[in-house]
Design a protein around this ligand. Structure first.
Ligand code: HPA
Length: 273
């Protein structure tokens, strides 16, 4: 068995000793979007620090944890805190928890993130259903030897984001009057926000929003045959004509504003699965 498979088995067997039910849905919450965790009837929590082979957190006091429990009548596992490439994690580490979820029995993955809007029709606070992505300088997490046990060497990517889940989410958005946007997410490495020229380029190549997460997790999930749904909260607008300085504080504040809508959408979507 390869080192990766060996590690995954050890991680999974540790978790299964602490939590014996099988989660069906995995959820990864983006920056400033952690509140969904409060909606879960928690059955177990495991700190990342305690899980063998989990990436070690770089941020002191913010190690993150896996939360297991029930949401909308389904068994879920939530990552409270994700690993970003810009923090120095390898693409393999960024996507490791997704593989763990798959081996725990998860077949549907919901992802959220904060993103900059480059579509002129977007405003701060909008929710954008990700219909497709462009991996823009992000490193493909499947580089290297393929783990045939996890998925194919050359995965098809014509529908990385499940059309069925998108339709369900749109129906929920209509029901609650959320005016959901749809668009292409452009994944960049960060940690710099984009230059004016880069925002323009991203728009020109067909992006509607840009952010520093999600793409690597989605690729690994698709490789493993999981259904993916992803949602961006538009926290800033890269292509505003006026002076446009973007700060992390502004991004977090906008995410907080939009969070109740996002939380409700995810909750309803899980219930509708
Ligand atoms: N660019 C990249 N990542 C982001 C942005 C942005 O404008 N906003 C939130 N995450």
């Amino acid at each position: 068995m390869s080192v990766l498979m060996q590690q995954l088995r050890e991680t999974v067997s540790y978790i299964q000793k602490k939590y014996t039910s099988q989660p069906a849905v995995g959820i990864v919450l983006g920056s400033g979007l952690g509140n969904l965790a409060a909606e879960i009837q928690v059955e177990a929590e495991i700190s990342y620090n305690d899980i063998p082979h989990f990436p070690v957190s770089t941020v002191e006091g913010h190690s993150g944890k896996l939360i297991f429990g029930e949401l909308g009548g389904k068994k879920v596992v939530v990552m409270a805190g994700r690993f970003h490439f810009y923090e120095g994690y390898s693409p393999l580490q960024v996507s490791y928890p997704v593989r763990v979820m798959k081996l725990l029995g998860v077949d549907t993955l919901l992802l959220s993130n904060a993103a900059g809007g480059v579509n002129k029709g977007f405003k701060v606070g909008d929710l954008m259903i990700i219909t497709d992505h462009i991996s823009f300088f992000t490193v493909n997490p499947l580089l290297g030897k393929n783990e045939a046990e996890l998925g194919a060497r050359f995965p098809d990517m014509t529908e990385p984001y499940s059309k069925e889940l998108i339709e369900k989410a749109k129906a929920i958005g209509d029901k609650f009057g959320y005016n959901l946007k749809e668009g292409v997410y452009t994944g960049v490495t960060g940690p710099t926000f984009e230059t004016k020229a880069e925002y323009k380029l991203i728009k020109a190549v067909g992006g509607d929003a840009v952010g520093m997460s999600t793409v690597q997790e989605t690729i690994v999930a698709v490789h493993a045959g999981m259904k993916v749904f992803a949602l961006s909260v538009i926290t800033d607008l890269g292509i505003r004509e006026e002076e446009n300085v973007i700060t992390h504080e502004e991004v977090l504040a906008a995410a907080k504003e939009a969070e109740p809508k996002m939380t409700n959408l995810f909750k309803e979507l899980v219930a509708a699965l």
